[in-house]
Design a binder for this molecule. Sequence first.
Ligand code: PLP
Length: 366
Amino acid sequence: MQKKIVSKIVKPTINQIAKYIPGESLINGKSDVIKLSSNESPFKVPTKVSAIFERLVSEFNLYPDGDSNILKKSLSKNFKINFSQIICGNGSDDILSLVAQAFSDGNSEIICSQYGFIYYPIVAKISGAKVLTAKTDGLNISCKNILSLITKKTKIIFFANPNNPTGTIILRDELIKFISNVPKNVIIVIDGAYSEFVTNKNYSNGLDLVKKFPNIIVTRTFSKIYALAGLRLGWAYSSKSIIEILEKIRGPFNVNSIAQEVGSMILKEKKFLIKSINHNEKWQKKLPPLINSFGLKAYKTSANFILVEVKEQHKKKLIISELLKKKIIIRNLDNYGLRKFFRVSIGTDSEMNIFVDTLQLIMRKL
Ligand SMILES: Cc1ncc(COP(=O)(O)O)c(C=O)c1O
């Protein structure tokens, strides 16, 4: 079918979508790169976890458990949450999309924050909803500005805490105050993709708030600290009635058998989790002052990436292309409206040292 015709028959809001472009991963097809563009874990899962692949391969002729029961049991035990209030998905992307499909349509409004994760407006537009963008306060999500956009048509509010790509957080007291001010018939999605990296004691990942606020949905992922981005595994926690709706509309076998099994195994690897948190905390502190000493501005982060501001926009382009020449990939944030910024993920010690040395050399020459 011709593009012109397709664009006439597709939902008008889908015509407005710019395709999601993930962080680059290969340079000219080569994979021997330092990839600091998608906030993945720099660590491989422990070998005892990866060792189960062989056994699982022998069962590939069969469908996975459609209800992800074993995984849900592990999540319930690990996070001390109710089994019947959990849904698993093919990445947390899958669940974000289900939420928009279930709770919004062409007459709805969905509120997202400026400088928020770019997939929220995409899922909103897929379901036909109108997207309202709440201005941030500097780089911080502004609860006040979100509240001011709520109308009778508002169905869902999406935000990540910590936020990607800024690395900022909303602390527990402010979060509770915000949720209390949102009408009970509006769904609030608290995306906790980076929750595990937060070390601030006054932070809440939202799981403990679900009982008091049945209109919140907390989404989580195995793609970041749990180092399983390639397997595609995410989950969400909410009130039973919301989860029942999402369970009805998900794909019948939306989580593959390897992801289910490996996901429940990795939850038991406490040493791996602690190693990852400590490693991240070390670089959360160490990287910004180093970057700042090169004449750039690195922002404080609560996640596993750092937002960096370059005074002159044209210099950002040069920095990105010079790093690429050295096979280091960072994330350009032009499509987030952050034209003077880039984002760099926290990699291994050796990746970070190479990144810092290379960036220093580039900045000296600029
Ligand atoms: C804030 C946020 N939410 C969700 C996701 C998607 O994660 P998943 O791999 O679970 O689909 C990402 C990925 O970068 C993210 O940054």
